[in-house]
Design a protein. Sequence first.
Length: 166
Amino acid sequence: MKCPNCKNKMTCTQSDYHYTESGLTNIYLSGIEIYHCSCGEEIISLPTVSQLHDLIAIDLIKQKHRLNGRELRFLRKNMGLTAKNLGEYLGIDNATISRWEKGTQPISSPHDRFFRLLYLNMRRVPQDEINAVIQKDFAAISDEQVETPPFMIPREKWSKTEICFQ
């Protein structure tokens, strides 16, 4: 790859990368290609963003505690919904969605579970996979709202062409 600034050839290394572009603070990608130039330019080669966001969403949907505000916002945006649209689906006003996303009010347990189901349905996840998530993962969700610990997504996981919930 040539540097867009000086047109010199760039060198490539693989490294772990803190993926903050998603709006989440705890996502790390393993084995990201980073191109370096002697002029100081650095280019990070990310996988297909929509595929990566679907992979992150799977982890969020399956987590064992209630969603926090950043996670809710990430999933809502990944669904292509505005806060107003989501409020209409959940039967609440968009001010409540805003308080959830800002972290000033925790999402209730029933709304958390309903939101996860809405996500799965809107993303057209097959019914048998939804049933498996409900049986295996939803029963284990605690009412606790905790900060999700950092997690590393290995290269072999994000470089696949097909992502599924199982």
